[in-house]
Design a protein around this ligand. Sequence first.
Ligand code: FE
Length: 237
Amino acid sequence: MRSSSTSHMTRRRLMGTALAAGSHALTFGVRPGFSQTRGSFSLPPLPYAEDSLAPVISGKTISLHYGKHHKAYVDNLNKAVEGTDLKDSSLEDIVKAAFGDHRRAAIYNNAAQAWNHAFYWKSMQPNGGGPPAGVIADCIKDSFGDYAKFRQEFTTAATTQLGSGWVWLVRGQGKKLVVLKTANVDTPIVRGTTCLLTCDVWEHAYYLDYQSLRLDYVNAWLDKLVNWEFASQQLAA
Ligand code: FE
């Protein structure tokens, strides 16, 4: 998000923006918020306390994941874009511009991970989880048959993603909801899809709490953390 461009914010349909104290940085709309002042991105605040997702995800895991891993992606992105023509672009535009360009691999890798992680934090909430209600529940039924079939697709995608990656619920170009998995840093935003939810299945997301039991992590994530209100907001945006 560019702090200096009203037109840019309008295009991105920001809602409920908040003015960061002491700066011109606007952060947090319906989309993941990124504070960017004078060409530099900063780590967006977590939407909840680090220990508030426990015991499903421990405060120690969130502290490392957010405070070390996510922060490193943001810091490395700032170094990678310094002095390039992408320095003043929005995060989404940087991801799209650098995608597939091996000369800009460092920019793409860190920008994509900065975006993916901000989206992941918002895809969860304390006391979340379980089947959705309202319009998104109807969309799940129309797209998958029922919630159980969606759930099965999501957990299968998570457990069949070899190595690091992400599992997503997206709205495809045909308007149906689809479960996708992406490897390593890859993100569906380069494909023109609207992302609704994501679950990080890199080991750093769950290993301290679940060791190698990725399925247990994803089951708990779906049953106790998933933020359907956020997904509904993405659907409506
Ligand atoms: Fe991660």
